[in-house]
Every structure is written in C-alpha cells, then in structure tokens.
Design a protein around this ligand. Sequence first.
Ligand SMILES: [Zn+2]
Ligand SMILES: [Zn+2]
Length: 239
Amino acid sequence: MATLLSDLTRVAKYVRDDRLRKLLIEKDKEKEGEHGGIGTPATRDTILTTLFERGYLAEKGKNIISTDTAKSFYDILPDQAKYPDMTALWHEQQSAIQNGVRDAKSFIDELMDYVSGEIDSVKQNGIGLKIKMYPCPKCKKPLRRIKKKDNNQYFWGCTGFNDGCKYACDDKAGRPLEKKAATVSALYKCMACGQGLTRRPGKKKGVHWWGCSGFPECKQTYSDTKGKPDYSKRKEKQA
Ligand SMILES: [Zn+2]
Ligand SMILES: [Zn+2]
C-alpha cells in the first residue's frame, strides 16, 4: 500500500508523451511530496477504497494485486482512460482557462462530446467484458459481493433480491461460500406434511432442533431429544 500510494504521487513516469510528462511534473513544482502525481491524498484514499470494494484490487499476503476483473476491465478501456496523460492534458487546459487563453465552456463541451462518443460506441458495440460470474443457486441470477455495514467483512447477495430472491451466503477469499445443503432425514418425517426433517444446531450450544425440509411452505419444527425429533413437542415456526 505504501509503494502504491507513493507511486500515485509520481505517475508522471508512466506518461508516454515527453511534453506532457514535463507538464505534469511542473504542475507539482510547489507541492511538497508530489512529483507529477494524480489526484490528491484525499481522493486517492477514496479511489483505492472503491477499487477494493468493487473487487478490482485485492490483498495477497503483503502485496496488493489487481484482480482478473480489474484486468478484463482495463483491457476494454480506451487508451485515454488507461494512461495518466489525461491528467497532464487537463492540467494544461485548466491553466489556459485560468490565464484567460481558453474558455471553460469549450473545455466542457469537448469533454461531453468525447464521453458521449464513448457511450455511443459501447451502446453500439457492447462492452465485451467477461467477468467470472457466480450464479445464485436458487434463481441463477448473478450473485453480488456486498460489504457489511458494521465491519469490513463481505457477504454475497442475489441480484434478484428485488424480485424476491433472498439468497445470501458468506464470503471466502472473494468468492461466495456456498451453503451446504442440509441433510434431510429419510427416517424422520414431518407430521404435518410428510416430508423429511433436518436436524439443526440451536442458538444454545449443544442444543438441536428439527425443521421440516418443506420450509418455507411448511413451518413445522420439533424439539430434539437424544438426536431424535420429539413429536410431542411440535410447533409452527413463526415467520
Ligand atoms: Zn437468487
Ligand atoms: Zn412439514
């Protein structure tokens, strides 16, 4: 992380055009710790955080690596978005605006033309991005990696959530950890619907309970007595 952050203060070395490289270094002449950089310390932090959140960067041991998703995305980007040359070009044009040599409107107009041209070309040609997709085991829609609110952990949720699929599972090293299908007993059946029961661990350690494999249609549960469902203690699970 330290070398990555320091590299962002000197991206000028990746600029291919000599004139632009000098321009970028010139921009930071008065700034301490900056040697032709991109962004500011504050925006860099946000950008890196976003790259991790979107799965473009990952930690591998002591190193930060770009993921396959990041590499595929990079490959389809136009050159203008790949190299830091644009930072230098914009700096040059912003200086020209500041000095009254160029007006801000024509700068923005040019930018809008460029961006809408790129969008049109994506609309016409598609984006051609191949990303490893994890289908939802319930509805086959792609799963999405989501950051938990209370800590820095992730989980996977179904993109069909708004269509009613509530499937979610834990994250293991950037991949969805598929829930093991619960074993349905062939011996012990539900008294209400006749389907097999599943023994599950309860909230208290060492305590189990039995649920109907017909859930959520059948909400029958049974207490566990010595590893068997106690049919005298059955109740409807409250949804
Ligand atoms: Zn789903
Ligand atoms: Zn049942």
